[in-house]
Write a protein that binds this ligand. Structure first.
Ligand code: PEP
Ligand code: MN
Length: 346
């Protein structure tokens, strides 16, 4: 159940509602939204009696039963597609947002050149890892704080918002100082301590699907962040592990419309990690536009052959410009469809 309080409900009314819910044997998760307090009700009890009682309680605007295990992120809770405002851009609205940049921040020259190049070609946000989750402990682990500072410099120079990965709940405050969007990587999708602490980080979260995670598990992870106080979550399909070896991962392209049916949260696609091969990135990017994603997260490097990580799947700046040009007519159609339907494009 989700209980939405009226915008001007008093603290006494809210406390009283929480008390009533507990009397029915349920647990309470209350979230202070921009306009109103929303209370998530979880546990086992007499749903019908509880709903009836709450509907008649002062200060309550609506009380609805949510059958999905993920409550706040479900379409049952909120039918309208969520629009997140990030650094002057909107994700989930009427702009197709491209977030591009290197896998890892490597040097001032590399990040500045990339930022300027991707901004000029039409990207709205700069991605780049300062804390890198690497399979081998001997591989480059990221420039850490130094990398975050370089991302800030690139933001100052170009105005691009910054998307960067957070790997540990210990670093949340540090990364939030520099990031406009906190990226949770595939390997940390079920790092529940991290997800909980991102509930209070004050920044939108870009949650990547774990490489062996179901769509339901992805949504449950998003629910952690929202239930802990942060409604601003973007989901990212980045490919999953299958028996196929021709690509680094298998892009579950159907995850985009599936998620659009199940959740109101914006959904973006990462064609770089989904394929592992730069030659395949533009085709998948086009598919993302066509299938109604809200944007792209992809890897671009001024000199992919020299990249410290993921060079094989990174476009160079010229290839990125070419891809953006190729996408133009598809994005125009995307905008028309979105404006006409005011729902995700199909
Ligand atoms: C990345 O975006 O560079 C990254 C590590 O991605 P993923 O978590 O999807 O593997
Ligand atoms: Mn990468």
């Amino acid at each position: 159940m989700i209980i939405s309080m009226r915008p001007h409900a008093t603290k006494e009314q809210i406390d009283h509602v929480c008390e009533r819910i507990r009397e029915f044997g349920y647990k309470v998760h209350s979230i202070q939204g921009e306009e109103r307090v929303v209370i998530g009700v979880v546990g086992v009890g007499d749903v019908t009696a509880c709903l009836e009682s709450l509907e008649a309680t002062p200060g309550v605007e609506s009380a609805v039963r949510i059958s999905a295990p993920y409550k706040f992120v479900s379409r049952e809770f909120k039918n309208d597609h969520s629009v997140l405002r990030i650094n002057g851009n909107e994700i989930g609205g009427d702009e197709f947002v491209v977030m591009a940049g290197p896998c890892s921040v490597e040097s001032e020259r590399q990040i500045m050149e990339t930022a300027e190049g991707v901004a000029e070609a039409g990207a709205k946000m700069l991605r780049g890892g300062a804390f890198k989750p690497r399979t081998s402990p001997y591989d480059f682990q990221g420039l850490e704080v130094e990398g975050l500072k370089l991302l800030s410099k690139a933001k100052e120079a170009t105005g691009l918002g910054i998307v960067t990965e957070i790997m540990s709940d210990r670093d949340v405050d540090l990364v939030a100082e520099y990031a406009d969007v906190m990226q949770v990587g595939a390997r940390n999708m079920q790092n529940f301590a991290l997800l909980k602490s991102l509930g209070g980080c004050g920044r939108p979260v870009l949650l990547k699907r774990g490489m062996s995670s179901t769509i339901k598990e992805l949504l449950m992870s998003a629910e952690y962040v929202v239930a802990h106080g942060n409604p601003n979550v973007v989901l990212c399909e980045r490919g999953i592990r299958t028996f196929e070896t021709a690509t680094r991962n298998t892009c579950d392209i159907a995850a985009v419309p599936v998620l659009n049916e199940l959740t109101h949260l914006p959904v973006v696609l990462d064609p770089s990690h989904a394929t592992g091969k730069r030659s395949l990135v533009p085709a998948l990017a086009r598919a993302a536009v066509a299938i109604g994603a809200d944007g792209l997260l992809l890897e671009v490097h001024p000199c992919p052959e020299k990249a410290f990580s993921d060079g094989a799947q990174s476009l160079n700046l010229e290839e990125f410009r070419g891809m953006m040009k190729m996408l133009e007519p598809y994005i125009s159609l995307w905008k028309e469809t979105r404006a006409a339907a005011a729902v995700p494009a199909v």
